[in-house]
Design a protein around this ligand. Sequence first.
Ligand code: IPM
Ligand code: MG
Length: 363
Amino acid sequence: MNYKIAVLSGDGIGPEVVKEATQVLNQIAILYGFRVEYEEGLVGGASIDAYGKPLVDSVLKLAKESHAVLLGAMGGPKWDGLDYSIRPERALLALRQELGLFANLRPVKLFSALAPASTLRREVVEGTDLLVVRELTGGIYFGQPKGVTQLPDGTERGVNTEVYTTPEIERIAHVAFEAGRRRRKKVTSVDKANVLEATELWRKVVTRVHKENGYGDVQLEHMLVDNCAMQLIRDPKQFDVIVTTNMFGDILSDEAAMLTGSIGMLPSASLGGKVGMYEPVHGSAPDIAGKDLANPLATILTVGMMLRHSLDRGKAAERVERAVEGVLNEGYRTGDIQEEGCRLVGCREMGRLVREKIERIQG
Ligand code: IPM
Ligand code: MG
């Protein structure tokens, strides 16, 4: 089998972490007897610099015609002053929407070697293993009307709209229940149903999907988002699958990332269309870009998710995850997860160590 992967490294640390991850994929391809072919495209700030906008048609076409998209990170202070419509982040939103990627899976799993790297106490975080299922193409990110208008008295009015329809909620609920069924069989649906009508509908539809589709083997609970934010740091082990709206998912997944020690550890998969898109949860970290300081593990684990969800190579995915765990167990750390007594390494060295480990473990 020959897979075509669109590589959109983006800005900041994007290119350096993506480089380590594609080298892992090359190695896996050799070990498991398939071929990968990369085609690179500029997105985000890099695309603005080259073409004057964050996503051009040819790059969108490249993404649509690939088996999977591997994304780095987008944005940076250089482009912060630009109008919203041409900011680097727009490329990400456009790709998600154009590819129909309504389901964003963000597994939050603490490697036990990293328990001391978390700002929370070991006994609180140890054993954390949850999955945030974030709705990704609806809600306040895309709702109309939106924008800033000038009022007659000279002041301005800014508007965004939280909007969800029944089918949008149904399809993400199915993703969550199916995922829960393959895990510990518990789904927590997070909303603000005590205040927001759009999420009152969310709660109603999730409840109905659960009841009418034979998901009785999966336990469903509802939680208000403010309480969920609190529960995540109070007792993260109570969660298995969290399903929530686009914006709540954005916020809660950053919070949950800190349970794993660093956002530099969190992979994600955006699914729902013909082509899956795979992106680490972290941003472009312009302050450390190009200095060989970034943590490539999130992107390497993201390649693991690609192997599982787009290339149908579950065994290979496990091998990547075990290799990452092995390297951490041996005490190697990048700066973001550094602790006393551990061996500090750079981005390239961390990538090399993972590949060395992959070579040595049985798949
Ligand atoms: C994320 C990011 C993006 C989002 C930004 C960069 C547009 O924060 O993937 O979590 O808000 O979805
Ligand atoms: Mg975010």
